[in-house]
Design a protein around this ligand. Structure first.
Ligand SMILES: NC(=O)c1ccc[n+]([C@@H]2O[C@H](COP(=O)([O-])OP(=O)(O)OC[C@H]3O[C@@H](n4cnc5c(N)ncnc54)[C@H](OP(=O)(O)O)[C@@H]3O)[C@@H](O)[C@H]2O)c1
Length: 334
């Protein structure tokens, strides 16, 4: 009896997933939504994307290249990044966006490990020497649900990469962004920020570590950082906005253990319900290049629309305190 009920429940779940999948894929799939635009829209603009070799970052890079931007991929693993860059160049050529050598210089790979402040500093030093302008910075890279590990500088990994690495990167590139203004900063957060709290007594999670909580906290930090930065950038013509991409089929869940037997069902559900990377990247692309958001700053977006934040993500005193503490943690001298 129990076996029959479980089998019936599984069949119902399977049927539901298939029905939804059929509905989902009967519509236009992977289509470019509001974030899309005419090839040439980003011509002459330089965009830096962190974590551009995979998932949302890769899809964002592909679309911005198609729109004519010069894209700098900031990636921690050169081999993985070069492989992705090779595919992106090929896709662009096949799409007619460039001749066989037309992507030379339009797509640049640079090593950037956000888990190492030394790497962030070296990356910025090189970029500032080589690049005369930076029109868009997309803080996209992220880690999720990893076991307790520390960055090279001794910070809890999720907070260290998702927040502190990008905090230092952005601060070191602000001068270039200001001199290239109007320019934009786009921060990729997550709806899971709702479950995070900023506990200033234990930012490094030495006392207790919970993978989900620490991810959520790092994503709440992304939002508080965005809002405080927007306040500091008033009048500079550099804007900064933050987004959640929805649930997207990427490599982000690599640390989550799914039992072997449950994998087919998980794959089916993710295929049916999760966004594709291109769909998930739409809001990043929109915030990077749409004229609709010219001059808009300090806002939170999902599906290319502004969304409301919980009060904890709008607390100015917490945002200022987090900024001050982050400056000390990454060693920025005032
Ligand atoms: N997928 C979702 O459902 C979802 C939902 C909400 C928010 N997000 C956010 O979306 C962003 C992109 O994630 P994704 O879903 O596209 O996942 P992904 O496919 O795993 O991409 C993450 C990227 O970040 C890079 N990265 C990780 N650690 C790094 C480090 N120390 N230094 C430099 N780069 C590093 C990864 O490089 P390697 O390839 O070398 O590991 C990869 O390129 C993340 O900020 C994530 O929190 C995703």
């Amino acid at each position: 009896m129990a076996v029959a009920s479980v089998a019936a429940a599984l069949l119902a779940a399977l049927g539901g997933a298939l029905w939804l999948a059929a509905r989902r894929f009967s519509g236009p799939r992977n289509q470019r939504q509001q974030g899309g635009g005419d090839p040439g829209l980003m011509h002459g603009k330089t965009v830096l994307i962190t974590g551009a070799n995979s998932g949302l970052g890769r899809a964002t890079a592909a679309e911005l290249l198609r729109l004519g931007a010069r894209v700098i991929m900031g990636c921690r693993d050169r081999a993985r990044a070069e492989e992705a860059a090779g595919q992106l160049r090929q896709e662009l050529c096949q799409a007619g966006g460039a001749g066989p050598d037309g992507t030379d210089g339009q797509l640049v790979v640079k090593e950037l490990d956000l888990a190492s402040l030394r790497s962030v500093r070296a990356f910025c030093q090189e970029l500032l020497q080589e690049e005369p302008r930076l029109d868009v910075l997309i803080n996209n890279a992220g880690v999720f649900h990893c076991p307790y590990t520390k960055t090279e500088d001794g910070f809890e990994m999720q907070f260290g990469v998702n927040h502190l690495g990008h905090f230092l990167l952005t601060n070191l590139l602000l001068g270039l962004l200001k001199s290239s203004a109007p320019s934009r900063i786009v921060v990729v957060s997550s709806k899971l920020y709702k479950y995070g709290e900023i506990n200033f007594e234990d930012l490094n999670s030495e006392q207790s570590y919970n993978k989900s909580f620490c991810y959520s906290r790092s994503k709440l930090a992304n939002i508080l950082f965005t809002r405080e930065l927007a306040r500091r950038l008033e009048g500079t013509n550099v804007t900064v906005n933050v987004l959640h991409p929805g649930i997207v089929r990427t490599n982000l869940g690599r640390h989550i253990h799914i039992p072997l037997l449950a994998r087919p069902l998980f794959n089916l559900v993710s295929w049916a319900f999760f966004k594709t990377p291109l769909e998930g990247a739409q809001t990043s692309i929109y915030l990077a290049c749409s004229p609709d958001v010219e001059g808009v700053s300090g806002r939170y977006f999902g599906d290319c629309k502004e969304e409301e934040l919980l009060p904890k993500a709008m607390d100015e005193s917490v945002a200022r305190k987090l900024w001050d503490i982050s400056e000390v943690m990454v060693g920025i001298l005032k």
